[in-house]
Structure formats: structure tokens, C-alpha cells
Design a protein around this ligand. Structure first.
Ligand code: G6P
Length: 511
């Protein structure tokens, strides 16, 4: 039985049974900004917000996030609260205000210049600055206060997201041991030796072990985490049950690969998709050429230079493609206050110019580079128009672009070229899997995307679509919620078996 929004809603009603759900994620799902005197509401470019928003719409509750938009204060009440989605409210967004120093130290500094490179094997060196660490602690405390204020005296499940809040679970448990606290770590967890270079590894691990449940995308990241704890901290590890006990608190560690809402994506986009495609092709001067497409935040983990060099190599290895296709790279600007992100933007500008100069001519350029944000509808139109989508991350927890591309291909066509170092590669095994560090292999992947016979495209795409349909975001949310709800004393599965109106859930939750 497929997981749907309705099924998740039913599970949420049965499991939560009036208990409040509070999600904490640094990035807010809706950002308000000033454009002149007008206030505009935007959806940020973030796999995390794309995935958690449908869950919140189905379950209701409060999302506590950083109010980072220029008009955010004016669009919220005096406690920073507003009902979202603005056009059809289904849950509450509670904005937390940070000073510029806090944002710099906690978000740009410790989260994104220390933890982000520490957890990704992208050969960018982490920067450990004591002042950033102080701000990281301070902001975790600030979010803990906002969460406790939202909950009041009530019982609640707090579902913490990502590497911005490694200290929050322990802070919450110290204040309210009765709360159920779970966390999903959206990025990889590295090997124990890699993590050990962090000067504050013990505090980070102790903070995370305040969770009742800690979840990663894939078993490999769970194992890395258990080994890191084993090496670093005094604790009891139960390998069979993947559980760690420390300071009287047991944390269960589980893999739950995140996903998308394929039905929503299939419905996205204009009614007349072909007209919109023609309009976009016209605007981007793409003519009728077959398209390869890359869609990313401009981030050094995404392997964008590698992908562009592969276009260069493709034209050397297979000159017959000259003038016969276009590679469209969309790069949403990201974390631009950080030097390595600005440098990457500059490197991409130069690389595109160099490759286009080398191979282009007669009005044709192999690469079209758009350093800007595209909304979900525009992206769907482009995904559907593409011969292939290239995801060449050097390392990525999951990568939802891969799943969005598959979900948008209701025509069962198109080729996904996918890095073997993404979480998605362990599920989408019918993609053309490549090592992005191997230039010739990546170029050959692009060649395959341009030449794969339609019947082969179709059987690969059908199987990948089935995978994304079966393992969708509602299944992810439903199984996580079921697992988390077991920690609510009155809701325990062994005490109240009659609560399981959904028999398959029992099997899946235990499977
Ligand atoms: C990754 C992280 C998310 C983050 C997203 C966008 O997917 O796991 O937590 O929201 O990148 O990055 P940003 O820094 O703009 O939120």
C-alpha cells in the first residue's frame, strides 16, 4: 500500500493523539523579503525545506526556524509567529531572530565552515574558530528557549533537523526530560578519524546523545556515527539494536532515506507545458537542441566544476556532439558570505567561458550557465524538457534533485547520470552511476545520456519512478513518526497494540 498524505495524516492523528509536534530547522520554509516597498514571499533552495514542508502540512504543528528575510519581522506577529503556507495555512512558523554576529558565528562560521566540510568528503578544510563555537552554543540555547516557550507545560515531540543543532537535544532534555526528542542529520556522517579532528567533538556527540532517536539517510552514516561515539566517549553501545546509552539516556540510531512527494511534482508546472518549454527555450536561446541539465545550490560538494570539465572532455572524446546539444547549469546562489562559495562562483564563470571559447562557434555554446534561483514550477518544465539530468556531487547525504527529476518524468523518458557518492545512488540503482572524480567516466555518462535508446530510457525510468513512488516523503515521515511515538510513555506499541489500525505500518516500522 503506497504512502499518501492521507495515510500520513491518519498515522499522525493516531500517533500524536494531541501531543504537539515541534520541528526545529535553521532554514525557514517561507522567507519574506522587501522588493522596493512590496513584500514578497519566497521558497528557499533547500532539499530540507522541500522535504519537511509536506510533512508539516500533513501533521500540523510548529516549525521553529531562523527568520532571515528582510521583511520577516513585518510578516510575523510580535512573537515571530505566522500561519503558513500563506495562501492556505496548515501549520505555524515561529521565527527566531539572530543578531548579525550570531548569524556569522553560528551559521556561516561553525555550521558551514566547520561542520559542513567536516562531514563531506569534498577535500575542503574545516575552519575551527573558538568564537564561532561560542556563537553556535549560544544560538542552540536561543532555539532551545524558543522551543520551550512554544511547548509551555505540555507534552511534545521535538523533531530537530540537521547539523545546525547538534547541542539542542541535550539542552532540551536537561530542561524537560519528559520531552520526546528526535533528530534527522541530513548530511553524511564521516568516518570516526575524520570527525575526531574537531576540537569540540565530545560536546557535539554528547549533545546529539540527548536524542531519543537519531536518524541518518543510510546505514553507512549510522555505522560511522556509532563508531565515532565508541572511539570518543564513555558510553554503552548495543550494536544489535544500534543504540547508545550515556548519562542514563538511550539514543536509538536508525537509517531513514528522505524523499519527495512524487504526486505533487507530477502535478507541478503549467497546464500547457510545451508552450512554457518553448518560452523558456526562447529566453535561454536553447533552440531545439537536446538538453542536459544540472540544478544545484552553488556549493563545492556538488561537483559542478567536475561536471563542466566532463562536458569539455565529452567534446574531445565524441566530437560528433559538437553543436548538437546544450548543457544547462542552474546554480542557486548559496552562502555567499563564505569565501570558498564566492570563489567557486568565480571559478564557474571562468570555466564556462573557457570551455565555451574552446568548443563553441557559429552561434552555438555548449554550456549555458545561469547563476540564479529557479522556482519549482520552472525547474519541472526544464526537467521534463531535458534528455538527461546530471548530479555529480563529490559527496551528498541524499540529493533530492535526482528524485525530483525522476518524479517529474511522467513520460518515462530521460536519463539520470548520478554520482555514486550520493545517498540517492543506493536507491536509484537504475541511474547511470558515475564517479565524479573520474573525468572520462563522467564524460561517458554524459554521452550515454545523449545517446541512450528510448526503450532503455523507459525501463530504467519506470523502475526509478516506482522506487520514488514507493519510498516517498510520506513513508519517510510515517515511519519516523511511528518510531518516535514509541518514546511517548502512553503511546508505546507494546502497551497499546489496538492503536495500530494500519497493519502494514507495524511490519514496516519493524522491518
Ligand atoms: C543542505 C542542508 C540543509 C540546508 C540546505 C540549504 O541540504 O542539509 O540544512 O537547508 O543545504 O542550505 P542553506 O544553508 O541555504 O540552508
Amino acid at each position: 500500500m503506497t504512502w499518501t498524505r492521507e495515510r500520513l495524516e491518519a498515522v499522525a492523528r493516531a500517533r500524536l493523539d494531541g501531543v504537539r509536534l515541534v520541528v526545529v530547522a535553521n532554514r525557514e520554509p517561507f522567507i519574506h523579503i522587501y522588493e522596493g516597498d512590496e513584500i514578497r514571499c519566497l521558497r528557499p533552495a533547500s532539499g530540507l525545506t522541500t522535504a519537511i514542508d509536506p510533512l508539516m502540512r500533513a501533521c500540523g504543528g510548529v516549525w521553529v526556524g531562523h527568520g532571515s528575510g528582510s521583511a520577516d519581522r513585518d510578516a510575523a506577529d510580535e512573537r515571530g509567529r505566522l500561519a503558513v503556507p500563506p495562501e492556505d495555512p496548515e501549520y505555524t512558523l515561529r521565527r527566531v531572530w539572530l543578531t548579525p554576529e550570531e548569524e556569522r558565528g553560528y551559521y556561516y562560521g561553525f555550521a558551514n565552515e566547520a561542520l559542513w566540510p567536516l562531514c563531506h568528503n569534498a577535500f575542503t578544510r574545516p575552519q575551527f574558530r573558538a568564537q564561532d563555537w561560542d556563537y553556535y552554543r549560544q544560538v542552540n540555547r536561543k532555539f532551545a528557549a524558543a522551543v520551550l516557550d512554544e511547548i509551555g507545560e505540555e507534552p511534545a515531540i521535538v523533531f530537530v533537523q540537521d547539523y545546525h543543532f547538534a547541542l539542542l537535544p541535550r539542552m532540551l532534555k536537561d530542561r524537560r526530560p519528559d520531552l520526546v526528542v528526535a533528530q534527522f542529520w541530513h548530511i553524511p556522517w564521516p568516518s570516526r578519524d575524520q570527525f575526531a579532528v574537531c576540537p569540540w567533538q565530545d560536546e557535539l556527540l554528547d549533545g546529539l546523545l540527548g536524542n531519543d532517536l537519531l536518524s541518518f539517510h543510510i546505514p553507512h552514516h549510522c555505522n560511522n556515527f556509532l563508531e565515532t561515539v565508541d572511539r570518543a566517549l564513555e558510553s554503552k553501545i548495543n550494536r544489535e539494536h544500534a543504540a547508545v546509552t550515556r548519562r542514563g539516556q538511550t539514543t536509538v540510531v536508525r537509517p531513514h532515506p528522505i524523499s519527495v512527494d512524487p504526486d505533487l511534482i507530477a502535478r507541478l508546472g503549467p497546464v500547457d507545458g510545451l508552450r512554457e518549454e518553448r518560452r523558456l527555450r526562447g529566453r535561454l536561446r536553447l533552440g531545439d537542441l537536446p538538453l542536459l541539465i544540472g540544478v544545484d545550490r552553488v556549493d563545492y560538494i556538488k561537483g559542478i566544476p567536475e561536471r563542466l570539465r566532463a562536458v569539455d572532455r565529452l567534446l574531445e572524446l565524441h566530437p560528433e556532439h559538437k553543436g548538437k546539444f546544450a548543457f544547462l547549469q542552474i546554480g542557486a546562489p548559496s552562502r555567499e558570505q563564505i569565501g570558498s562559495y564566492r570563489q567557486l562562483g568565480h571559478e564557474l564563470d571562468c570555466l564556462v567561458e573557457e570551455i565555451n571559447n574552446r568548443h563553441g562557434g557559429n552561434g552555438w555554446s555548449p554550456i549555458v550557465w545561469l547563476h540564479e534561483h529557479y522556482n519549482a514550477e520552472q525547474l519541472c518544465t526544464l526537467y521534463r524538457a531535458a534528455a538527461g539530468c546530471v548530479v555529480s556531487s563529490l559527496h551528498d547525504g541524499m540529493n533530492l534533485v535526482a528524485k525530483e527529476f525522476v518524479a517529474s518524468r511522467t513520460d518515462q523518458r530521460g536519463v539520470l547520470v548520478l554520482s555514486q557518492f550520493t545517498g540517492a545512488a543506493s536507491e536509484l540503482t537504475d541511474a547511470v552511476l558515475v564517479n565524479p572524480h573520474d573525468l572520462d567516466e563522467l564524460a561517458e555518462g554524459l554521452h550515454q545520456a545523449l545517446t541512450m535508446p528510448e526503450p532503455e530510457q523507459e525501463w530504467r525510468m519506470r523502475r526509478m519512478r516506482q522506487q520514488v513512488a514507493d519510498y516517498n516523503i510520506y513513508r519517510w515521515g510515517g515511519l519516523l513518526l511511528t518510531e518516535v511515538a514509541r518514546f511517548l510513555p502512553a503511546h508505546s506499541i507494546c502497551c497499546q497494540p489496538q492503536r495500530h489500525s494500519d497493519p502494514e505500518l507495524l511490519l514496516e516500522a519493524h522491518g
